[in-house]
Each structure stands twice: as structure tokens, then as C-alpha cells.
Design a protein around this ligand. Structure first.
Ligand SMILES: Nc1nc2c(ncn2[C@@H]2O[C@H](COP(=O)(O)OP(=O)(O)OP(=O)(O)O)[C@@H](O)[C@H]2O)c(=O)[nH]1
Length: 483
């Protein structure tokens, strides 16, 4: 799910086992500390981020999936308990339940990776939701078994509490950990970009002000808006923050979902599950948006380029011209239409495959001759267009002649045999205003088409243009004048 355009965290590295071990130890201790601090508020107000964070870390970095790294995380938890609690042997079981959650999620995500299911698609987001569900169930069973009797609590309420806590924090945190990247601010920030976040804050405030069970769903429209507007990592982060804030506000009765206080375990169970279930929606929308955008990029790339020759397609050329509008400086545009002479005979004599190879090599040679400044497009069959900014009609004509002679002399290679081709060219030259480039192009294209016809008619392997017509008419007139 990670974006290639942004840098990823470098806390862990495949070749640095010591660094990884220290990183895992510190992260485990840090998040154990944070969880323990939240736990101190009141027994039901927990938000236990450790398991979600460590599951995300192990799931994200495949090279951390080693027994000794898991063991380091487990030892860090035991040490923390040893120093800060008097749980004694019970700590082994309680922390084993944490490890059950971490290992289950990490292994299931890694398995998906191996099966090549790591692309952002809504099914993967849903799968992650199920993995958290399964991991939370297993963790709750182990956790409740180990802690039954602590604080006089019985098995099933413990399972419910443990499960809802693990599931909600897992669903909120794991997608975040799997997608998080360093922010790359390439665009200037406009106030309108912040509107989804502003609405999100307003909806959380409204949840507090209005209260009731429905209040938990208030941030949903804002989160969906975030999913449509922002990147997947940003959406996951905002969903996590909103969910965590809501859980904390409900647990501390700041969002009042029931009139009775203190909140009972079943109420908190339901609230946590509700928040977790709602949290999957923006993530799925965001993943769908990422999949749609990547598909659009692929499709438009395919439409913009000719598959065989790798130069622009006709529609791609128009798009490129539209992009150039407003930025170009040259007042003159040259459009060339090139048509390979007797191309049919290549197909007839050497086969279609040879024809294809020659077309691709021809396009490469033309692009090479015009350089990166010129746009080359395949207009269809063996007909190509070149569009280039020029300073004079002569410059355009000289370039066309250079293309023609280059092709004439170039030995196209087909299975060790050298094939020689010629090309006929028609030229259109004209002034262009930057805002009407495509209109000018259409006009010059029709002029180039006219002159291409003349090149073919005059015997092929030549360049024709208005300029040459004027020149040859002047030459003819000069020749016919009496001495
Ligand atoms: N191999 C191959 N041949 C193609 C492709 N597109 C068009 N052609 C062939 O290009 C040939 C064009 O033939 P014509 O239009 O008669 O033109 P020509 O033989 O080049 O003759 P002139 O243009 O009159 O010099 C046809 O035989 C088409 O089948 C392609 O993508 N691959």
C-alpha cells in the first residue's frame, strides 16, 4: 500500500540486525508505556496501541519476521511488567496474548504479500479488517485465560473487553502503520485543501455536544471526504486519530452514549466495535480511490502512446500540444507529415513481423533526429507526424531534409539483413499563438497533408513545402526569362 513517490521510514534496515533489535525493543517499551499510562485513567478507558503498532511494524517489514525479533518484543513487555507491576507469572500469559495478536496479523499480511495481494484494492482493506478480527479473538482468549481472577473479573467479560479493545485499536492502527510515509509537500497548501479536516474537527465537537449512540457516526462524512481528497496514508492517519479520540471521549463519558455512568463493559464493547466498524469505511473508500487513480493513469498512458512504436499516439499528441499551450515561446510552428515509401512491399516481402520491427526502428530514428524538443506521433499505419517549434520556415525544411536523408542512409536490420527505406515528407509552417496551438496544428496538418501528396506524386523520397514551391516557381520564372 505504500507510495513509491515518498520516502519510507528508515528506523529498520535489512542489513542492520542490532539496529532492528534495538528499534523493536524501544518501540515495544515506548508503546507499552503509552498504553499503561492510558490504562491508569480507569480500567475501561484503555486504548492499547502497542499490539496494533508492533503488528504493523512486523507486517510491513518482511525481514523482521524472525523468531528472535518477536522474542525481543516479548522480552521488552515482560521487563516492563517486571519493573512496573506485581503480576508475577501472570505477566507471561498476558503478554503472550499481545504476541498472539502481533504474530497473527504480521503472518497473515506477509502471506498476502507472498501471494501478491499487496496492491491497494478494497478487498485488501477488507482482508486487513478480517485479520484484525481473527487476531483480536485469539488474543482475547489467551489474554482472558491468563488474567481471569485479576481484579476479580470473570472470563467472558474479560474476553469481551479484551477483544473489543484489540480489534478497535488494531483496525485503527494497522492500516496506518502499513501505509505511513514521510509527508512530501509538493503542492502549495490552500485553505480549500484543509476543509475536510476542518469538517472533521467540527463533527467530533458535534459528537461531544449532541451525544447519544448516533454521535459516534458524526465524523463519517468528513472522513469519507478526507478519503476522496487526501492520500491513503493521510486518510488512514486521520481515521486512526479520530477513532482514538472517539474511544477516549466515550470511555471518559465526554461523549455520552448512555445516560448511566459509569459506562458498563457491554456499552464500551459496543462503542469500540462500532467505531472500528465505521473506521473501515474511509479506508476502503481511500483504497478504492487509489486503485481508480492508478487505473486512470495506466489507461491514459496507454492512450497517449502508440504501443508498437513508443511515440505519441494521435490523441497523445493533442494532449501534449494542449500541455504546451501557454508555455511555449517560439512564434513559429512546423508540422511534418511523414509517410514511408512502398511500405507494403516490406510486409509483402519480409512479413508483417518485419514490418512491425521496421516501424518501431523508424519511429526511434525520427525521434533521435528531431531530439527531445520535437514531438513525434504515429498518426496511423506507416504515417507519422513531427511537430516542432522553429524560428523560420527554412529551419523546419532543413530538419525535414535531415530526417529524410537519415532514413535514406540508415540500414534497418531484419534478421541480419540490411533493409533500406525512403520517406516522403509534407510540411506545414505557420505562426502560432500559444493559446490556440491545437487549432494551428490542425491547419498546418492539412497543409502538410497536401504537400505530402505532392511529394508522393513527384516520385517519393522528397520533402515538399509551400516554401519550396515558391522557390521552385521563382527558379522556373528566372529560367524562362529571356536573357
Ligand atoms: N507491419 C505492419 N504493417 C502495417 C501496419 N499498419 C499499416 N501497415 C501496412 O502498411 C501498408 C501501407 O500501404 P500503402 O498505404 O499502400 O502504402 P505504401 O505501400 O507505403 O506505398 P506509398 O505510401 O504509396 O509509398 C499496408 O500494407 C498496411 O498493411 C502495422 O502496424 N504493421
Amino acid at each position: 500500500m505504500s507510495s513509491a513517490s515518498t520516502r519510507t521510514f528508515a528506523l529498520f534496515q535489512p542489513q542492520s540486525p542490532l539496529r532492528n533489535a534495538v528499534g523493536i525493543f524501544v518501540l515495544t517499551t515506548l508503546f507499552y508505556f503509552i498504553g499503561a499510562q492510558l490504562r491508569l485513567v480507569e480500567s475501561l478507558s484503555m486504548f492499547w496501541p502497542l499490539n496494533g503498532v508492533m503488528a504493523g511494524v512486523f507486517a510491513r517489514y518482511a525481514y523482521l519476521n524472525r523468531l528472535h525479533y518477536y522474542a525481543i518484543s516479548y522480552i521488552a513487555m515482560l521487563l516492563y511488567d517486571l519493573i512496573t507491576t506485581n503480576w508475577g507469572i501472570t505477566s507471561l500469559g498476558i503478554n503472550l496474548s499481545n504476541m498472539v495478536f502481533i504474530v497473527t496479523v504480521a503472518l497473515l499480511v506477509q502471506r498476502d504479500r507472498r501471494l501478491k495481494n499487496s496492491t491497494p484494492d478494497p478487498v485488501n482493506a477488507l482482508r486487513l479488517f478480517n485479520y484484525c478480527l481473527l487476531a483480536a479473538l485469539l488474543c482475547a482468549l489467551v489474554g482472558a485465560l491468563s488474567s481471569v481472577g485479576l481484579d476479580n473479573r470473570t472470563f467472558w467479560p474479560l474476553v469481551a473487553d479484551w477483544f473489543s479493545e484489540q480489534f478497535s485499536t488494531g483496525v485503527l492502527i494497522v492500516p496506518c502503520l502499513l501505509t505511513i510515509t514521510w509527508p512530501a509537500f509538493t503542492r502549495t497548501l490552500r485553505v480549500s485543501h484543509l476543509m475536510p479536516v476542518v469538517l472533521l474537527v467540527i463533527s467530533v465537537v458535534a459528537s461531544v455536544a449532541i451525544g447519544g449512540a448516533g454521535a459516534l457516526a458524526f465524523p463519517m462524512p468528513a472522513l469519507i471526504w478526507c478519503a476522496v481528497r487526501y492520500s491513503l496514508p493521510a486518510t488512514c492517519l486521520l481515521t486512526f486519530v479520530t477513532g482514538a479520540v472517539e474511544i477516549t471521549l466515550v470511555a471518559n463519558s465526554i461523549i455520552t452514549i448512555v445516560a448511566t455512568t459509569p459506562l458498563t463493559t457491554p456499552m464500551m464493547f459496543s462503542a469500540r466495535l462500532g467505531i472500528a466498524t465505521l473506521a473501515i469505511c474511509p479506508v476502503m473508500v481511500s483504497v478504492s480511490m487509489a486503485a481508480i487513480n492508478s487505473l486512470i493513469r495506466q489507461v491514459s498512458l496507454r492512450a497517449d502512446y502508440d504501443f508498437l512504436t513508443q511515440v505519441y499516439s494521435r490523441s497523445g499528441l493533442y494532449e501534449a500540444l494542449k500541455r504546451d499551450e501557454g508555455t511555449r515561446k517560439s512564434p513559429l510552428l512546423t508540422v511534418m507529415l511523414l509517410d514511408i515509401d512502398y511500405f507494403k512491399s516490406i510486409n509483402d516481402n519480409f512479413g508483417h513481423e518485419c514490418g512491425d520491427t521496421v516501424l518501431a526502428a523508424f519511429a526511434r530514428k525520427v525521434q533521435e533526429t528531431v531530439g527531445s524538443e520535437g514531438l513525434v506521433a504515429r498518426m496511423g499505419g506507416e504515417e507519422f507526424a513531427v511537430v516542432i517549434n522553429t524560428t523560420s520556415a527554412q529551419q523546419g525544411y532543413a530538419l525535414a531534409e535531415r530526417i529524410r536523408t537519415t532514413i535514406e542512409q540508415y540500414p534497418f536490420n531484419w534478421r541480419g539483413q540490411a533493409l533500406f527505406l525512403t520517406v516522403s515528407i509534407g510540411l506545414g509552417n505557420g505562426k502560432s499563438e500559444s493559446w490556440q496551438l491545437t487549432d494551428v496544428f490542425n491547419r498546418l496538418m492539412s497543409e502538410a497533408d497536401d504537400y505530402l501528396y505532392r511529394s508522393k506524386k513527384a516520385g517519393r523520397n522528397r520533402t515538399s513545402a509551400r516554401m519550396t514551391e515558391i522557390t521552385s516557381a521563382a527558379q522556373k520564372a528566372a529560367a524562362s526569362e529571356p536573357l
